[in-house]
Design a binder for this molecule. Structure first.
Ligand code: GLN
Length: 447
């Protein structure tokens, strides 16, 4: 803990942590030392973990990096975090992110931007940028982020670490401040696949507080990392041939596929014509869900309330006008639009139908193949400001990560070399639902 506290201090300019729980972490470390001496420490003893500022920890502030939650203190601890604490992980602080998880660059945060530790002029990715940089820069052993459309995998790719998004419903969402409830998952950043697998096996599983959480048994992923079979692997032509794809990412992805072929695995290029519809489907459905989820922030129940109101209505309006950032407002507007009576069928209902088709076709493919491999992102970490005036360009950054999110299947990003400017490249591996063990084992083999 002292080592990490020291690093956090020397690398404070990265702006990864919003708050550091210095005293409580040091105290907890002493208690765990004692448990270790007595031989009764939990499975995560020695792990120091940072959590994204959208996860609740009782007695601590949680702001979702939004002004509207200023002053909000969590009344209870999220299940995912509680399970880590129960196994003696030390929660060292909360981590910066895009407001309510909306963004791909960590530029949309009320706490300011997070810098990529490899190049201060480049973004760390988003929305879990703080969580990624905290691991990248050795400010903690591992961290929790959330992934609704790529927010763990994309920043993991931009910072050169391992980032895992589990199957939707594998990890309880209780105590997670919602963005889009049918997409939200809690994921993990780490340096190694093994650490990631260990944390996942402890965090996953049914929770009486979240009825959507799965009752399927959780396997001991960290003990199932040995991989010795011949895999059937698909790659989507539309991803590898995408004009948006940076040349070096294409080369490195193809190099992995070549290597796998040489090692006796079956590799096949397949068509996935629905690819171009995934991003629009994602942004219609997530903005709809966000507009509904964010209705609760009205100045009455949580956090910020405007000091400028003169009656009830102006209190609601001004609180929301002053409390939400520009991107969040844009999404509330879009979401309310696609849900409005005259456009509901044209946008929301249609997007639901397209989502089902994407999900079915993805699952069909994953019953024929063990894995789908594709780049995590079309480009490596871009410069600050490069996309901030152009929301559509920013949304295009999620081109390859949204398929797993729309389909609910698990997906991991592992480092796959660097581009000529030294920025990390991510490789994405997708498997069918609840095949986390297979995904971890294969990633461990690939690394
Ligand atoms: N960049 C995507 C978005 O802005 C993904 C965010 C996320 O996964 N939380 O919606």
């Amino acid at each position: 803990v002292s080592h990490y506290l020291q690093n956090i201090q020397t690398k404070a300019h990265l702006n990864a942590f919003v708050e550091v729980y210095e005293q409580s972490s040091l105290k907890k470390a002493e208690e765990i030392d004692e448990k270790l001496a007595n031989g009764n420490a939990g499975k995560l003893a020695g792990m120091v973990i940072g959590i994204k500022d959208v996860l609740c920890l009782s007695g601590h502030q949680s702001h979702a990096s939004s002004k509207i939650l200023q002053g909000y203190e969590a009344q209870y601890t999220s299940t995912a975090v509680q399970r880590l604490i129960d196994q003696d992980a030390i929660i060292i602080g909360r981590l910066n992110c895009d407001e309510f998880g909306m963004g791909s660059s960590n530029e949309n945060s009320a706490h300011g931007k997070v810098l990529n530790a490899l190049d201060p002029n480049r973004v760390p990715g988003g929305s879990s940028g703080g969580s990624a940089v905290a691991v990248q820069a050795n400010l903690c052993t591992a961290s929790l982020g959330t992934d609704t459309g790529g927010s763990v995998r994309q920043p993991a790719a931009f910072t050169g670490v391992v980032g895992m998004k589990p199957t939707y419903s594998r990890v309880s969402r209780w105590g997670l401040i919602a963005y889009a409830s049918t997409f939200d998952t809690i994921g993990i950043f780490s340096h190694t696949v093994k650490d990631n697998a260990l944390i996942m096996e402890i965090m996953a599983g049914h929770d009486i507080h979240d009825n959507t959480s799965s009752r399927k048994p959780v396997l001991p992923y960290s003990q199932l990392l040995h991989f010795d079979k011949k895999a059937k692997i698909a790659y989507l032509k539309e991803t590898i041939e995408s004009p948006a794809l940076q040349q070096e990412i294409k080369e490195n992805t193809l190099a992995v596929l070549d290597r796998l072929k040489e090692e006796g695995h079956e590799i096949k290029a397949v068509d996935f014509p629905l690819l171009e519809y995934i991003l629009p489907t994602y942004y219609i459905l997530t903005t709809a869900e966000a507009s509904s989820n964010l209705a609760r922030f009205d100045g009455v129940k949580y956090g910020y309330r405007t000091p400028n109101a003169h009656n009830l209505e102006s209190m609601y309006k001004l609180t929301r006008s002053e409390g939400f950032g520009e991107e969040v407002k844009r999404r509330i507007m879009l979401g309310t639009f696609v849900l409005s009576a005259s456009y509901y069928d044209a946008y929301f209902t249609k997007a639901q139908k397209v989502r089902r088709q994407i999900k079915e076709q993805t699952e069909d493919l994953l019953s024929e193949f063990d894995y789908i491999i594709m780049p995590t992102t079309p480009t490596t970490a871009f410069k600050f400001g490069e996309h901030s005036g152009d929301p559509v360009a920013m949304y295009l950054e999620d081109l390859f990560t949204v398929q797993a999110s729309v389909s609910g299947v698990p997906s991991i990003s592992i480092p796959n070399g660097k581009d000529k400017e030294g920025m990390p490249i991510g490789l994405q591996i997708i498997s069918n639902s609840f095949k986390e063990a297979e995904l971890y084992a294969f990633s461990n083999y690939l690394k």
